[in-house]
Design a protein around this ligand. Structure first.
Ligand code: TYC
Length: 101
């Protein structure tokens, strides 16, 4: 019997798709002190005082503010750590995540 080798007819995709990015969103509340929100943003998201203050004040005025975008795992880990930092002090500070369009 003759073994025949057939070439695949379809071409394999050569480019890997980029993973979808997820937004970390800061949610306003009436209880967490402004300065504490700034401290958490600086520690968890490596922001400067100025950047952190702008994000905090935007969430304070508009209800929410996008903090940054990451791959899903990183976004979820950072949102959880930042939310837990507030909870450890008894504050209802909340960071959520959602996929980018
Ligand atoms: N609204 C809070 C206050 O007046 C400050 C604050 C800002 C809390 C942003 C949460 O995501 C937040 N103390």
């Amino acid at each position: 019997m003759i073994d025949t080798v057939t070439k695949p007819k379809t071409r394999v995709k050569t480019q890997t798709e980029r993973p979808r990015l997820h937004k970390v969103i800061l949610v306003n509340d009436d209880f967490t002190p402004r300065e504490f929100v700034v401290t958490v943003l600086k520690a968890e998201f490596r922001m400067t005082e100025d950047q952190a203050h702008k994000v905090m004040i935007t969430a304070h005025r508009r209800g929410v503010c996008v903090v940054a975008v990451f791959t899903r795992d990183v976004a979820e880990t950072k949102a959880t750590r930042a939310t837990d930092a507030g909870r450890a002090k008894g504050y209802p500070l909340l960071f959520t995540t959602e996929p980018e369009e």
